[in-house]
Design a protein around this ligand. Sequence first.
Ligand code: PEP
Ligand code: MG
Length: 324
Amino acid sequence: EIEKLQDLKLTPTKTVDDVAIELLANIELPEDATHAVDLGAIGVGLFRSEFLFMDRNQALPDEERQYQEYRQVVDLMHGLPVNIRTIDVGADKALGAGSDLSKTGTSPLGLRAIRWSLTEPEIFLTQLRAILRASAYGQARIMIPMLAHVKEIDETLRLIEKAKQQLLQRGQAFNPNIQVGAMIEIPAAALVLPLFINRFDFLSIGTNDLIQYTLAIDRSDHAVAHLYDPFHPAILNLLYNIINQAKRANIPVAVCGEMAGDPTMTKLLLGLGLTDFSMHFSQLLLVKREILKANVAALKSRIPALLMAIEPQDQAIALENLMA
Ligand code: PEP
Ligand code: MG
């Protein structure tokens, strides 16, 4: 079985009806990129940069140190895209005890991700310059977590321009046309998608948080874990709307939450119109095997019934038809 999976590494990722699918990797450490390439990923869809900042008792890594780490991933990916997500701390992602960033809270509704970065512009600019410097050597791209407000978007884009100006003044190389993407992981963002489509080069749906915030389920609270339901009709309708609005606007859209790496969800996501999947590298071939067996046109024809099914028994039938 394992050997057969390994044989899929070089097989083009296409459905039975010839729809090309892009498989990307989620990584946490620069070395993970080696596995991503080896398993046939065509890029890094999510580099969780906060792992460079966590579990550290000393100060945050400086610009040079961050640049080295981003550069390593870019080099290992040999020109393939690398979405470097800016630091996502707070809530479930705590920083090292000695790092004195006590302003980040543990509430998922509190100061986390881009909200925190915008309160620490010097730390944010340092990270942006490090990513920009790596972009001189490959396809490093900037990806922003947890955006919901147009003011946050504008401030973020202003700081990216400022980081570029700082590098220009220093005479340091970067790609002036670096792509900038937004994670769609707050329901409010999904409901005003044109704001994002007009301002970003690509979108990536963070289903882990999108589910948490849509269903009001703290993703780290075991007491409500049984209510954390990716099949909730509200989630399925939201995903369908995000993916199809983005497709109509011709802006690339991926899913980089756990759903994308779950082979039991592959048919569902293909039916919803998804073509770009980003997942932990260990899942790449398992999901690919499902894609190679799938017929997208047939799956799509069964989606309207699923989206309309609100009663559990109706949804069960619609899901069974889809998975058949
Ligand atoms: C997500 O929210 O789905 C996601 C990919 O990011 P994280 O799990 O790191 O919050
Ligand atoms: Mg998230």
